[in-house]
Design a protein around this ligand. Structure first.
Ligand code: FAQ
Length: 338
């Protein structure tokens, strides 16, 4: 029987594919890193782009709620702290966009996908900041939740994402402490200041719990993401860790957490807590939260306002190399000091 030339090629291709898949699976099983140069399944790449882009967009949109208070900070010290924090979030966005670019998709493309409503950002940034106490509460609860979620991501299976997370987590720890310190200062202040803190915590508690995503039974991506080592813990595991970490901090601050079902369970060795309103999370993710339209409008306007900067940078990068000049070369340091 004669074989067509295509058949052996096809078989060789399949064997090569199986070899690449086996090498990928073995790397994941060893808990080693996958690097940009390594072969990876398309679905793994797609999952990473989805999660890292969503994370990057969250950092950038997340600058808005706190940025709202930069011009109204109560003192120069608070203003300097807040400016530094919001600037850090921009940096986090850039590390994450860079990590995503190693997967073959540019920051410009990711921004277009966000603006077209085809990629998400965290639900938490669709809630308003109504008082300066919200700056402290975001640091304490929102950055606290982000740390719980992101410390395990330092061990994620994709190298550039894990390395970006190490640096981000160090800065998030500072953010959480500054939030706690701000709230502690207000709790030592007047009755009105204490009431402001409590009101802020009441508003942010449940949305902070929702940051970890839907319950495990409804989390469509968790099983595959955990099998690939992209996520190291389930949504519910991390939510529990956050509650256990936060309850003693609330006691130290002197605020109550707005959950009548919150109590220590001796048998489980964890706190029991009430069920967040999952319909509210679904509505916010669908775009119907209190500030979704405002956040996206602001992000779009910032993008449009920055068009001239992108154009100027592109033109500068594309300029012809300067012609060599006939001027004498500058004296070296040694010649000049001889
Ligand atoms: N908001 O199957 P799962 C920060 C979506 S921290 C919006 O469980 P997954 C720091 C999810 O995408 C905040 N959408 O999904 C900061 C999926 O839809 P899709 C950012 C959510 O990926 C502090 C669907 O629901 N942190 O920015 C949310 O396995 C202060 C089903 O969910 C990160 O992004 C949500 N809360 O787990 C900045 C951390 N939850 O994509 C400024 C990295 C779920 O299939 C100021 N990300 N969805 O269409 C993760 O760990 C994961 O992506 C989860 C979701 C845990 C968020």
């Amino acid at each position: 029987m004669t074989t067509t030339p295509a058949e052996p090629d096809q078989a060789a291709l399949e064997a090569r594919q199986a070899q690449l898949q086996a090498s990928f699976d073995a790397t994941i099983a060893r808990h080693d890193r996958i690097e940009p140069r390594d072969w990876m399944p398309d679905a793994y790449r797609k999952t990473l782009v989805r999660q890292i882009a969503q994370h990057a967009h969250s950092e950038i949109i997340g600058m808005q709620p706190e940025g709202n208070w930069i011009g109204r900070a109560p003192s120069l010290r608070r203003k300097a702290i807040l400016l530094a924090k919001v600037q850090d979030e921009a940096g986090h966005g850039l590390y994450l966009y860079s990590a995503c670019e190693t997967l073959g998709v540019s920051r410009a493309e990711l921004t277009e996908l966000l603006l077209a409503g085809r990629q998400k950002y965290s639900s938490i940034f669709n809630y308003p900041t109504l008082s300066y106490a919200d700056v402290g509460t975001i640091g304490w609860l929102v950055d606290g939740a982000a740390i719980c979620n992101q410390v395990p991501l330092c061990r994620t299976s994709y190298g550039p994402y894990g390395r970006a997370m190490i640096r981000i987590c160090k800065e998030e720890s500072f953010h959480q402490r500054q939030g706690f310190e701000l709230l502690m200062t207000m709790m030592r202040g007047t009755g009105a200041q204490r009431a402001m803190v409590q009101e802020s915590v009441d508003r942010f508690w449940w949305p902070s719990l929702m940051m970890f995503g839907p319950p495990d039974a409804e989390s469509t991506n968790s099983e595959q993401s955990m099998a690939w080592g992209v996520k190291r813990n389930s949504n519910d595991e991390l939510r529990q860790k956050f509650v256990d970490m936060t309850v003693p901090q609330a006691e130290a601050l002197g605020v109550t957490l707005p959950d009548p079902d919150l109590r220590w369970n001796e048998e489980r060795g964890h706190h029991d807590f009430g069920e967040p309103d999952w319909e509210e999370l679904a509505a916010v993710i669908r775009g119907n939260g209190p500030c979704n339209a405002q956040r996206m409008a602001h992000r779009r306007a910032a993008h449009d306002d920055g068009a001239w900067v992108r154009e100027a940078a592109t033109a500068f990068a594309a300029r012809p190399a300067p012609a060599p000049t006939s001027a004498p070369a500058e004296a070296t340091h040694e010649e000049a000091t001889r």
